[in-house]
Structure formats: structure tokens, C-alpha cells
Write a protein that binds this ligand. Structure first.
Ligand code: ADP
Length: 470
């Protein structure tokens, strides 16, 4: 079984959020099951020229241009890199200074179109195209019209839909006739994710709860009706973690934390982290590693801050994103020296030191498709306090290995943190909480098996011979 992933990010090559973790690790788990999985993504500036990257000496033709293709096997499987310097040779991935690039239609339109052409260029035709988020959703439209391979579209976050004016159609390589509600049109505009949902052979998302939530008006971001009308409900396959990349006993960025004796490993990491961030080491330390976005509820933590500080909790936040949220956190760090630290950057090693050095880990999201940070926190012995939404409720168990609150409300957040602080105060209770969390199986094994079944189903149902409109 040959599967081509097409995505905008892939760890460790280029990462903005959890999408990269998934596209960089699920293919490895599928590879262990005997599948031949490869990926295509843009050759962004940040990994040129990267070691072990070779030009194929071949180019792929799409949307009226010829683009050279490079290959790297660094993630542990073949990744093809699409070179178009006018589009991808820039400082940012999606944009700069909180603003998306104005030509993201052209940038991702090309990527989606190339996903269909790559097979011929490299002499390797996929049995299934696995698309991720709006950036590559248009490939489903191309595949359906041209008789390409069957497609699976995974929605990693329904809030980002790739909405463009009708004038973008040529840049996207899509004809005017597709601007109809049955394909791409949504409120008079081009909506790539909607087009993907309606054109993919199967649609899925990244946790069982989010799969149900997105079919409701509260979480459907205007597309719940479209999702409810699908012949089969969206799949909800829980994300896994690459357990080698997230191993607290062997992570070179942190002092080892071992499940047999988690408390001593945690103490060493906390001491170092507090020194690094200029925090007092006495209080309970709550960590956060997150994009600064409304979705993530970082403002709720600011509202709850007086109660958290009163309860003897300090906070360390690592994140970048919304400038207004960043300014508010900068002010909080200034107002509470030694108790609140804010690092406004993207830093994988610091993220690891926060997972390892914090006692608690806050994920108060308003919605959360799956969420990886709470799973990483559990593995690194940082007790998660999460809101029950999407994948957070599917992965954290109140009182067993973490603490869960119901509504996006600062008082409920503070209460849940209070329960956690109470539990951590007792060393025997704390050890059990940590050991239960560290023992959880967040490997890809089960979910890779589900994806494998889905691919097999798609191939079984695909019309034989290809060619022509499906
Ligand atoms: P999302 O994809 O919505 O941003 P996830 O919880 O699924 O959220 O995944 C976030 C991933 O990105 C995690 O691996 C987390 O460690 C990482 N991450 C987020 N912000 C930063 C940052 N500022 N520095 C380093 N890693 C970050």
C-alpha cells in the first residue's frame, strides 16, 4: 500500500503546531505496519540547504509551471520538497507578524495541484492520497475531476478553512464552474476546506469527541451542516505521539525523568527551569506551551491569575501568536516578577524543559481538535489541568492522571488548579498521579491500525482503471 501525505508542515523539518507532529510521526507508525508512506511539502527557506537533502534532477509540472523537487529521508521516510522560491523562500511559514501571506492561495494552490502530479515525476504512484487541512484540501477536488487516487482528508482544525475571494480561482488552478455550493462556494467565496469535505472520498478528524462536536453548530464553524450531510460521519481517530521524540528518560534537552522515580527527575528539572526563567522555585509551577490564540484560552489564565497566585501557583508560558495576547502576558510577567514568566518565541528545547520542569500543565482551550501538549505533559510528569473539550476530554482523566473542568470560565479553571495543588501536596498521591500519567499509551499503534483499515477500504471502493470524472 502506497500512501502520499500532502501537508504544509512536517516535523522535524518545519513545525508551527501539532499538524507537524502528526505528519512527521504517523508515516513512521504506518511504515512499521509495512505501508510505503511518503510526503510532499513546500521547500521553505528554513531548511535550505539542509543536510541529506538531494535534488532529484527532476521537476514536476503543475499550474503551468515547472518546479524542481528535492528529497530528504531525515524524518525516517521519504519527503519530497517542492521548490518555488517566489512562493516559499520567505521568513515565515504561513505569514509574518500574525498576518497570513496575501498569496497563500497561490502558495497552497500549487502544493495541492502538485500532490496529483508528483507520482508521475518520481515514478511512484500512490494508492491513496492523504490530505491534511485546507492547505492541501483542493487536491481532493482535482482528484475527483481527473480520476486521481482515492482521497482521505484529515481536518486538524476546522477553524482554519482557506477562504479566498472568487478572483483567487485561477491562482488555485480551479475553474469558475466549481464555485457552486456543491463544491467550493460558501457565502459567495471560495472555501477550500468545504471543497475538500465535499470532494474527499473520506473525511476524518483527530479525536472521537471532536468528530462529534464539529457536526454541531457550536463547534462546526459554519460547516456543521456540510459535515452532517456527508454519507458517512467524519472519522475520529485519536492522534498519537512519536514516543522516541518525546521520551523523558532519553530527551537530551532535559534531566532524565524515569517512571520508577519520577519525583527526583522532576525536582532537578524544575530547579533548572526556575533558574533559567528567573522564577522562585518554591511555589507550584504551572507550565503552558501554546500558540497564542483565542482558541487556546490563554486569556482565561490571565483572568484567573490573581486566584492562581494566591493559591501559591507560578506560571511559565511559552508561545507566540496574537500580538494583543502577547502584550497582555508581557504585562503580567512585568507585574509579577519571580512568579510569572513569558517567553515569546518558538523554541522546541525550551518547550521540552517546560514539560519536564513544571508541576502542572494548563490547557484551558475553548475548543481542541486533539491537543498534543497534554499528552506530552503526561509523559513528562507534568499533571495536566484541561478543559473538557475535543481530544482533551478523550485523553485526560479527572483525579486519575489529571484534572478536568467543564466551561471556559476562569473560576472553574482556578478551582481545577486548586484540586491539582491539593493532590500534589501529598507526596504519595503525587507519585501515583505521575506514574499513572507516564504509563499511558499514547503511541500511534492503535490509530495507525485504524488509518490502515481506512486506506484499505478506500482502495477497495475506488473505481478501477482511474481516468475520468468520479
Ligand atoms: P496546535 O496544533 O493547535 O498548535 P497541539 O497541542 O496539537 O496544538 O500541538 C502543539 C505542538 O506545538 C506541540 O508539539 C507543542 O509542544 C508545540 N509548540 C506550540 N507552541 C510552541 C512554542 N512556542 N515553542 C515550541 N513548541 C511549541
Amino acid at each position: 500500500m502506497k500512501v502520499l501525505f500532502a501537508a504544509a508542515e512536517l516535523a522535524p523539518l518545519v513545525k508551527v503546531g501539532g499538524l507537524a507532529d502528526v505528519t512527521g510521526s504517523l508515516p513512521l507508525a504506518l511504515g512499521r505496519r509495512g505501508l510505503d508512506v511518503r510526503a510532499i511539502l513546500p521547500l521553505y527557506r528554513r531548511f535550505v540547504p539542509s543536510e541529506g537533502t538531494t535534488g532529484l534532477g527532476r521537476s514536476v509540472r503543475a499550474l503551468g509551471r515547472e518546479c524542481p523537487v528535492w528529497r530528504t529521508d531525515r524524518p525516517g521516510f521519504p519527503v519530497y520538497l517542492l521548490q518555488a522560491d517566489d512562493l516559499y523562500d520567505r521568513p515565515g511559514v504561513y505569514g509574518e507578524g500574525g498576518q497570513g501571506y496575501a498569496d497563500n492561495d497561490r502558495r497552497y494552490g500549487l502544493l495541492a495541484a502538485v500532490a496529483l502530479e508528483l507520482g508521475e515525476a518520481i515514478g511512484w504512484e500512490p494508492d491513496v492520497l492523504h490530505l491534511h487541512d485546507w492547505h492541501t484540501a483542493a487536491a481532493t477536488v482535482h482528484a475527483r475531476r481527473r480520476g486521481g487516487p482515492p482521497t482521505l482528508l484529515t481536518i486538524h482544525n476546522l477553524a482554519y478553512q482557506g477562504v479566498f475571494p472568487r478572483e483567487s480561482l485561477p491562482a488555485l488552478g480551479l475553474g469558475e464552474e466549481l464555485l457552486v455550493p456543491e463544491v467550493l462556494e460558501h457565502h459567495g467565496q471560495v472555501n477550500l476546506l468545504k471543497g475538500g469535505i465535499l470532494s474527499a472520498d473520506r473525511v476524518g478528524t483527530v479525536s472521537p469527541t471532536y468528530a462529534r462536536e464539529i457536526c454541531t453548530p457550536a463547534f462546526g464553524e459554519g460547516l456543521d451542516g456540510v459535515l452532517r450531510a456527508l454519507p458517512e460521519p467524519p472519522l475520529g481517530i485519536l492522534n498519537g505521539l512519536d514516543l522516541k521524540r518525546w521520551d523523558p528518560a532519553a530527551d537530551s534537552a532535559v534531566a532524565p525523568i524515569r517512571a520508577a522515580d519520577p519525583l527526583s527527575g522532576k525536582a532537578a528539572n524544575k530547579e533548572r527551569l526556575c533558574r533559567e526563567l528567573g522564577l522562585k522555585s518554591g511555589p507550584v509551577l504551572a507550565g503552558m506551551v501554546t500558540r497564542l490564540a483565542q482558541q487556546k484560552g490563554v486569556d482565561l489564565v490571565l483572568q484567573a491569575l490573581p486566584q492562581l497566585l494566591d493559591a501559591g501557583v507560578s506560571v511559565a508560558l511559552l508561545g507566540e501568536g496574537d500580538p494583543a495576547l502577547a502584550a497582555a502576558w508581557e504585562a503580567a510577567a512585568r507585574d509579577h516578577p519571580g512568579r510569572v514568566a513569558f517567553s515569546r518565541t518558538f523554541d522546541d528545547a525550551l518547550a521540552r524543559r517546560i514539560y519536564a520542569g513544571s508541576d502542572l500543565f494548563l490547557v484551558p482551550s475553548r475548543f481542541e481538535p486533539c491537543g498534543l501538549t497534554q499528552m506530552i505533559a503526561l509523559r513528562y510528569g507534568s499533571v495536566p489541568v484541561v478543559r473538557r473539550t475535543g481530544g482533551l476530554g478523550d485523553t485526560v482523566r479527572e483525579g486519575e492522571d489529571g484534572f478536568v473542568f467543564e466551561d471556559p470560565d476562569p473560576d472553574q479553571l482556578a478551582e481545577a488548579v486548586g484540586r491539582a495543588v491539593g493532590a500534589l501536596a501529598r507526596e504519595d498521591r503525587r507519585r501515583i498521579l505521575l506514574q499513572r500519567g507516564m504509563a499511558r499509551d499514547f503511541s500511534w499503534d492503535a490509530s495507525a491500525g485504524r488509518y490502515h483499515e481506512v486506506y484499505e477500504g478506500l482502495v477497495r471502493c475506488a473505481p478501477q482503471g482511474g481516468g475520468g470524472e468520479r
